[in-house]
Design a protein around this ligand. Structure first.
Ligand SMILES: NC(=O)c1ccc[n+]([C@@H]2O[C@H](COP(=O)([O-])OP(=O)(O)OC[C@H]3O[C@@H](n4cnc5c(N)ncnc54)[C@H](O)[C@@H]3O)[C@@H](O)[C@H]2O)c1
Ligand SMILES: O=C(O)C1=N[C@H](C(=O)O)CCC1
Length: 272
């Protein structure tokens, strides 16, 4: 086996950050070469293993991306939009690939990744699991097969610490449904309903978000018509499914040409 791929994890104290550290430790193909947290965080300057409550790892948590990226092959980033944009610029400058799981980015923020993607490989997906990416393709096909007699509603549920809605996954599924129907999601999207909303408009794609407890991530795509309803469902019961997907993406980036990619590219599910 060749040399191990050197991976940096950003937001390392977060739910996904810690899950990624564990997933990397269990892999024989990658090694953790650096760990980043936001300036002022209590873990800065500490050994990561000790900060996580275990044995020393020799990786010191830093808040200085350029120095950490200089010694890496790929960055795995599940943080917040502003941090992700800054990491994209730093990763492009350092010539390291960037795997982005961060959700809640605006269209303007996503556009800011275009420059960096000309210089390095960026893989970005609102959900890194194989199951959800398969569901994206199935949703597109079902939406293409059914007409507007079938109302499309996307219902998502997540833990009570999640800060963005609809979830990145719900938006991926909405995009897929809209694409299947041959419409633009921004033209048909109903993001919130409250009060006297009037009857549902034909052809819209509705979103509803539930937040509670420790729900890892659940998504239903409902096609509801007179007399019948089809529901496509994905349930994530463990965050490791996202971390394994991110690691797969990190390995996939090596040797690829600069550009903006998603998990459908990584998993070989993209339609030609
Ligand atoms: N794409 C996927 O498969 C997937 C899966 C799970 C979560 N997510 C997304 O990943 C993101 C993180 O989720 P989480 O549950 O781990 O959140 P979290 O709040 O537990 O972790 C985020 C971490 O980022 C850190 N951070 C913030 N600013 C930073 C900066 N400037 N530099 C370095 N670190 C910084 C925070 O301190 C925190 O530790 C969210 O957007 C979430 O929706 C995506
Ligand atoms: O826990 C989260 O936050 C998740 N975010 C992603 C999303 O917004 O879809 C993926 C599921 C978990």
């Amino acid at each position: 086996m060749g040399e191990k791929i050197k991976v940096v994890v950003t937001g390392v104290s977060g739910r996904m950050g810690q899950m990624l550290v564990e997933t990397i430790a269990a892999s024989d193909r990658v090694v953790l070469s650096g760990a980043l947290e936001r300036s002022g965080h209590g873990w800065i300057g500490r050994d990561l293993g000790v900060a996580m409550g275990g044995a020393e790892t020799g990786v010191i948590v830093s808040d200085t991306a350029p120095a950490v990226f200089a010694k890496a092959d790929v960055v795995i980033d599940f943080t917040v939009p502003a941090a992700t944009i800054a990491f994209a610029a730093a990763a492009a400058k350092a010539g390291v690939a960037h795997v982005i799981g961060t959700t809640g980015m605006t269209e303007e923020e996503i556009a800011q990744l275009e420059g960096p993607a000309q210089q390095t490989v960026i893989v970005r997906a609102g959900n890194m699991s194989l199951g959800v990416n398969l569901l994206v393709q199935v949703t597109k096909r079902v939406a293409a097969a059914l007409d507007e007699d079938y109302d499309i509603e996307i219902v998502e549920a997540h833990h009570n610490r999640k800060v963005d809605a609809p979830s990145g996954t719900a938006l991926m599924l909405g995009e897929a449904a809209a694409e299947g129907r041959g419409v633009a999601l921004e033209d048909v999207s109903d993001r919130a309903r409250d009060g006297i909303t009037g009857a549902r408009e034909r052809g819209r794609i509705g979103f509803a978000a539930i937040r509670g407890g420790d729900i890892v991530g659940e998504h239903d795509v409902m096609f509801a018509a007179l007399g019948e309803r089809i529901t496509l469902r994905h349930v994530a019961s463990d965050r490791s499914v996202f971390a394994r997907g991110a690691l797969k993406a990190a390995l996939w980036t090596q040797g690829k040409a600069p550009g903006a990619y998603d998990m459908l590219d990584v998993l070989g599910l993209a339609e030609q």
